[in-house]
Design a protein around this ligand. Sequence first.
Ligand SMILES: Nc1ncnc2c1ncn2[C@@H]1O[C@H](COP(=O)(O)OP(=O)(O)O)[C@@H](O)[C@H]1O
Ligand SMILES: O=P(O)(O)OC[C@H]1O[C@](O)(COP(=O)(O)O)[C@@H](O)[C@@H]1O
Ligand SMILES: [Mg+2]
Length: 505
Amino acid sequence: MGLTEPKVVTGPAGYVLEDVPHLSDYIPDLPTYPNPLQDNPAYSVVKQYFVHVDDTVPQKVVVHKDSPRGVHFRRAGPRQKVYFESDEIQAAIVTCGGLCPGLNTVIRELVCSLHHMYGVTRVLGIEGGYRGFYARNTITLTPSSVNNIHKRGGTILGTSRGGHDTNKIVDSIQDRGINQVYIIGGDGTQRGASVIFEEVRRRGLKCAVVGIPKTIDNDIPIIDKSFGFDTAVEEAQRAINAAHVEAESFENGIGVVKLMGRYSGFIAMYATLASRDVDCCLIPESPFYLEGPGGLYEYIDRRLKENGHMVIVIAEGAGQELLTESLQSGKKQDASGNKLLQDVGLWISQSIKDHFAREKTLPITLKYIDPTYMIRAVPSNASDNVYCTLLAQSAVHGAMAGYTGYTSGLVNGRQTYIPFYRITERQNNVVITDRMWARLLSSTNQPSFMEVKVSDEDTKGENSLDELPDGHCSEDTSVDEITHNLGCLAPLAVPVLRTGGISGV
Ligand SMILES: Nc1ncnc2c1ncn2[C@@H]1O[C@H](COP(=O)(O)OP(=O)(O)O)[C@@H](O)[C@H]1O
Ligand SMILES: O=P(O)(O)OC[C@H]1O[C@](O)(COP(=O)(O)O)[C@@H](O)[C@@H]1O
Ligand SMILES: [Mg+2]
């Protein structure tokens, strides 16, 4: 049996539904049952509580008059018919990868939704990430055992990187009679969940495999944002405030704050936009250089002369190419295969100190704050708690309705079911030619570290978005937006890195 073919349904006017697999795709004659929610007093009063079979959610909400209707995802929510009887269900929950605020809230709400909405009494917690399926004991989860866990950071189940052994995991699922598995984790975890789903399907098991996207870095595509992201941005304000207070209190004071973001600088970008005290934000997607005209040192010098102090926010994945140059580091990886990063915060702080000591232009005082793990470890805030609740409920409704092989996620403000391949095919990055980054540049006044090169050829005709180089165009970016952001007149502007003046220090 080959890999599951994408289920793509087309309709009039360019309508496309990227549907998710269903247990009935590979198990014939599955019995169905009325959804127990129809007798639940909390829900039976809600008009049209059940989601219509044809309800779908568009991926793009900004369209032109003549645009095709485009890609849609199946709307999440309870269905009239379910594919499991309550007492037949053995559910399991696992958390994998790094921590993120809200993990415990999702666990709590999965347990409570299963129990209170669908009468499921058997829910297992798999301890310590994927390897917990075959190397650790399980714990029984009940509404009373999870009642207060949303007030705590971390995950009560524990987590880990590496240890994804598909056969051992699916053997464990089969041996324990697990027929709904909820896998909470980031991009790596969702790739792992996709492989588990394929093996479950190959073995013909009646087991719904459901992913719930967790990523403090917000690096998962398609979804609006990840749970815990708002909390992280909020918590980052405390570090930025401290850096600002320190910087303001000394002559030529500089506060440097490192935030998480291995490949995606969303936390740094949003924390900067939220704070207003940040003078410079450096992210992995926007390469920068230190020396020479338009470089970081020149900007720091100017800002200190203008304002007497400054705050720099740097995402942990920013400037890694400069560090590699200067520190001759190897390419190390963690147990999951993620790039292991050098401490860019320490490096940039030392580089700035060395530069100003060498140049003897300004006597600076620099304070470096690394709040990364403190931010990741806090419990989720109120809005993330609501988000986690809806996410968990949607995940459960989908499994009960027999859907499988999907990640439950928010798309344009609606809960949806997204096929795994769409979640794992690429990473979500800050698009530096999008409006958001332009807003940041205009709020901090920092240099863009780019020159705009416009070729004659490009100015001659209409250019399609497809012609833009990788990483410089999001699916939601129009040519108008790109030219607007770069402040240039041509229809196609290609940002290029200044190559002169990059220094390894
Ligand atoms: N391509 C893959 N196939 C199978 N499992 C994977 C894959 N990538 C990562 N994993 C597993 O997913 C888990 C979490 O991945 P990791 O990258 O550490 O965190 P995150 O899911 O937060 O991105 C690990 O146990 C890892 O072994
Ligand atoms: O927990 P570790 O192994 O120190 O990893 C730190 C990494 O975890 C993250 O917080 C989140 O990464 P994941 O989404 O892959 O779990 C990154 O921002 C950071 O680089
Ligand atoms: Mg990841």
